[in-house]
Design a protein around this ligand. Sequence first.
Ligand code: PLP
Length: 361
Amino acid sequence: RAYNFNAGPAAIPLEVLEQAQAQFIDYEGAGMALMEMSHRSATYEKVNQEAQDLLRELMNIPDNYKILFLQGGASTQFAMIPMNFLSEGKAGAYIDTGAWAGKAIKEAKVIGEAVVAASTKEDSYMRTPKASEIVVPENAAYVHLTSNETIGGVQYKTFPEFANAPLIADMSSDILSRPIDVSKFGMIYAGAQKNLGPSGVTVVIVREDLIAESPKTIPAMLRYDTHAKANSLYNTPPSFAVYMVGLVLKWIKGKGGLAALEQYNLEKTALIYNVIDESNGFYVGCANQEDRSTMNITFRIKDKDEELEKKFIKESEAAGFVGLKGHRDVGGLRASTYNAVPLESCAALAQFMKEFQQRNS
Ligand code: PLP
């Protein structure tokens, strides 16, 4: 298997793929594949319920939160959030930490009033804001943040708290990478294709009182209450993707849960960050040290030498590494080290980086 450092869709644990392969054509002796079955069957209802139950267990999600499996990616959430929560006179407060926060803000502005409560743009989005920098307007319906900026490689280590508005977090690129206190959030959402499984399903964890009734003017598919009342079976769900998420969750449980995964992720990323920090300036980490992501390691080669970066990518590909090119908007290099990326891949990359430096300095 390749050393897969893709940013998303991203690596899926080999054990999970093997398990899915074993059940691919004949799911539990049904004489058909899961994806051929009715989503109203008892078999699929079990898949749907088990995935929810496991997520609740692993993330310690309180009973007053609904877990929804939706479609349309995290990008659809950028629109559904303001549609569902911005009633007359209310504004969405957004913390702007980079590309993904920016997209959420842009969509909210299509729907209603979106206020930037804090921005780290002046620091090239290389850090998260301090709590004291965040100014939430009185009419805020919610405060939205991006827990991990996938492109910039910047991740909150602790989350701000607000007395007068629920916190909504886009956790697309770091959900399940560490324990978090769900009760501090009004809503958490994530596209599946990084830490949860294949693309095609979006997980929403939302406090029940916030979605008791969505505004009547919203089409059924875009209302949270539609999906909550139907237990994510209002229309045909992405059944195979939900099944895969269930397998990934079982794999996480087998690894010892989120506290164990957090340690593993720290160990993995330390291998690479250490090479950067000990390179005497040959490699330069993009994010501020204290906000460095454990999921997306962004770095440059000294003086932003694009020729040398191109050479790095080319040689890394020849050596079996995939996905090390930085996002097209920012350039540079990026190694995405999601849960399913094994320590061995990170060790191999660290070694490759050291050798590349030796050959080129
Ligand atoms: N938010 C973050 C932090 C992301 O990394 C991504 C995708 O990479 C998205 C949102 C958009 O997700 P989707 O492609 O599922 O719409």
